[in-house]
Every structure is written in C-alpha cells, then in structure tokens.
Design a protein around this ligand. Sequence first.
Ligand code: FAD
Ligand code: FO1
Length: 455
Amino acid sequence: MNPKRIRVLRNGPERNGPVVYWMSRDQRVKDNWAIIYGLEKATLKKTPFGVVFCLVDDFLGATRRQYEFMLKGLQQVSEELTEFKIPFFLLKGNPSYTLPDFIKINQASLLITDFDPLRIKRQWKDQVMEISPVEVHEVDAHNIVPVWVTSSKQEYGAYTIRPKISRLLPEFLDEFPPIKMKASHQSWQGNLVHWDELLLQCPGDASVPPVIHFSSGSKNAVKHLQQFLEEKLEFYNSQRNDPNADAQSNLSPFLHFGQISAQRIALEVQKASVSRDKKAAFLEEVIIRRELSDNYCWYNINYDKFIGFPSWAQITLNQHRKDQREYQYSLEKFEKAQTHDQLWNAAQKEMVFTGKMHGYLRMYWAKKILEWSETPEVALENAIYLNDRYELDGRDPNGYTGIAWSIGGVHDRAWPERPVFGKIRYMSYRGSRSKFNVDQYISQIKDLEGTERKD
Ligand code: FAD
Ligand code: FO1
C-alpha cells in the first residue's frame, strides 16, 4: 500500500512481538488501510496481528443513541474479524489507563492507530505514548488523500483544496487489496467481549433513545450505498437541497463511525453508469467537502471556538455584538423546538426524531441559532451541543466545520453587512420558501412525532 498513508509517530526498538491495531475512527474490517498495513507488518515480522478498541463511556457527550449504533457496528466488526482469525479486544476505560498494560502483557512490538483530527484523539495518543515505549505508526484510513499529503496548512476553502486533492486522486483513489487470513498461534492476554451484556449496559444518556431509521454496521452501510447508486445518484445534483426529496445518500452515520470507507464510496460512484457531471456533484461533497473538514480540524486547534474563525469574521461579529436581537432563545427553548419559526422547529424535530437533519436545513438551523442567541459564542456552543446530542453523525469534523461555516464564515467569504450577522452569509425563511415546499416539509415532520424507539 502507498507508504504516504502512514506517519511514524514514534520509532521503537526492532522487536518481534505482535502487531496491534488500536481501532477508533475506522470501525470496519474491509477497505481499512490501518488493517491492511497491520497485516502487512505482521506478515513481514512473522508475528500475530490483533485489533483492540478502547471504549470510554463519556465521549464528547454521546448519548445512548450514538453508543448503541456504534456498539452494534463493533459487534459486527468482531464477528467479521473472527472469520479472518484476527482477535478483537475491547478495553473499557480511558485508553491511557488500559492500553499500555494491554501492550505490555502481549509484548506488542508495533501499535497502529487510525488518523483522527479531533483534540481528544491527539490527547489520547500523546498520553499513551507518554506511558508506553512501543513503536507507533498512524494511518489515515478515513481520507482518500491523507491529510498530511493534501496540504501542510489550513486551507481557505473548497476552492483552494480542490485542485490539491484532484491532482492527487489518480495516486490515492486506488482499489483496496483483499484481506488475507491471518491464523496465529499467539496466546493473547485479553478477555473476549460479551456483546449482549455490553449492549444491556450501553453507555450514554438514555433520554436520547436510539432511532429506528438507521440500522448500524458495515453490511447496512453497503446496502445504503447500493440503494443510493441505483436510485438516487442520478438526481442528487438537482434534488439534494430539497428536504422533501430524500435525495441525500444517508451515508453520514456510517461514515462517521468508519463503518464504510469514503474511498469505497468514491470508487463505486466512479463505476456507476451515470453521467460525469451528475457524479461530480456528489464527489464534491464526499471527497472535497469532507476532506476539507479534516483539514480544518487538523490545522486549526480551535475548530470549535470563536477564536478559530477567520479574523474578518471575528471582527464583523464583534462589531455587531451589541445589535438588537429581534428574538432571543435559551438552549432549552431551542432544544424543545419552541421558537417562533415553524421551519426551524421542524428541522430541530427532524434531528431529534430521526437522528439526522437534512443537509440544507443544517445551514439554516445553525444560522438562526446565531441570529437568536445573545452572543456568537453562546450560539456556537449551543449549536455544537444540540448537533452532537441528537445527530447520529455528530462529534465529527464535518460537524464542527459545518457549524463554523454557518456561524463563523469558515471556508466562506464576506457578504453584504446586516444586523447581528455582520458580513457572515445570511439565510432567510423566505429564501427557503423559494427553494422548496416548506409547508410540505413541516407537515411531514409532524408525522414523525414520537417515532423514536421506546425501550
Ligand atoms: P450527502 O449529501 O449524501 O453527502 C455524502 C457525504 O458527503 C456526507 O456523508 C459527508 O461525509 C459529505 N458531506 C456532504 N455535505 C458535507 C458538508 N457540508 N461538509 C462536509 N462533508 C459533507 N456532517 C456530519 O457528518 N456530522 C455532523 O455532525 C454534521 N453537522 C453539520 C452541521 C451544520 C451546521 C452543517 C452546515 C453541516 C453539517 N454536516 C455534518 C455536513 C453535512 O450536512 C452532512 O455531512 C450531510 O448532511 C450528511 O448527510 P448525507 O450523508 O446524507 O449527505
Ligand atoms: N472512539 C473510541 O475510540 N472509543 C469510544 O469509546 C468512542 C465513543 C464514541 C461515541 C460516539 C461517537 O460519535 C464517537 C465515538 N468514538 C469513540 C469516536 C468515533 O469513532 C470517531 O473516531 C470520532 O467521533 C470521529 O472523528
């Protein structure tokens, strides 16, 4: 595999112990460069290969909804690994408490991690490397072009990153090699996972129940992809901004948990018998926009803070800090969808009931939170809180970047100045009415009321 997909985080003594993949972001077996690399290294070293997942019960405010989706997907991962005779271990607790011991007891000679730009993941890796002397290599198994290959700095926008990624696609949008069996005699020290028990004790705030609209796991992700290619790709460009059209791929929950590879999606879209320009619209989102988000979160440590916004945006928002807010709502009013705006309330309800708000409305939804909050900082905090509490695909670089785009002009330009927004792009209720049938959307959402799964 292309060696540029790997970064050596730390060299270590040449040893013969097993190779361990610390799975975190890319929770899948097939099309996973971290597993492919781990198997390559283990075969070279003639040592066993194993996969370990560190489960924490307080990941960035995740609720029962996201934890159940993730654990069901991980159960399928462990079953699939068994077919390849690759052991899967699940360690409960902060990785810095659990992983160094696991590495030591099993005398691992190489730890492989998957790339994730979020602060919490950098902290985890730093903490583990402080305690354990093991050699550590990082693989970008999430992006088609590894973040560090695309660019060595924060990009201004899609227009600056697009040529850099496009130039590199011929090299990196390649087919995945198949995974070979890896029987190993190694007697691993580590307990097997009791999935039923784990699911019964599922972590996360149970007041946000699982959704019935998405079934977790790689097999379901592939089904979603097939359905999208056959029935929706053709109309994606023309209908993707119509919340009544159900024209989006609905792949984001699977992408967020790494249950499907964006590279696999792009490869299958390329093969689809649909015209190039129709494919282009979708590839722009699933490659350019998504990899731009990782670029933003990786190179801007303040990706979820006001000071992370471009300076022009900070200046204009500061100049309008004192502007009269025509409406002002608390987090509770927002969360309960009790604003004066029926469209905004319907979008909030779609997210609460189904775990996935339509992409077009996410922009409108976040921008209205800016308009109706006392300060941009409170708006940012509340938008992130609600997004990460209810969206299945929340706690993702796409989310922090999407919210920073909406509220802080990240990857956008200055627009004609207006109250509260200053030069941040404005979106209006009337504008939405000109784009799609708002009344139809509002009534559709009403029908969804109470469809979340009741345990
Ligand atoms: P499709 O339209 O089918 O697109 C396919 C894939 O392309 C998506 O899964 C995603 O990986 C990528 N993509 C599409 N639009 C964007 C975009 N604007 N930015 C980055 N990648 C994109 N996405 C999340 O994954 N998690 C979030 O928490 C999240 N929060 C958002 C909050 C706001 C305020 C905004 C404006 C956008 C947010 N997005 C988020 C980005 C985007 O709205 C979703 O990725 C998309 O709606 C997911 O649905 P889909 O997979 O059906 O999208
Ligand atoms: N990653 C982990 O390695 N361990 C966890 O316990 C964990 C929980 C979790 C809960 C909700 C959620 O949305 C993500 C979670 N993740 C966890 C991280 C996830 O796999 C992704 O890596 C990031 O959220 C996306 O960058």
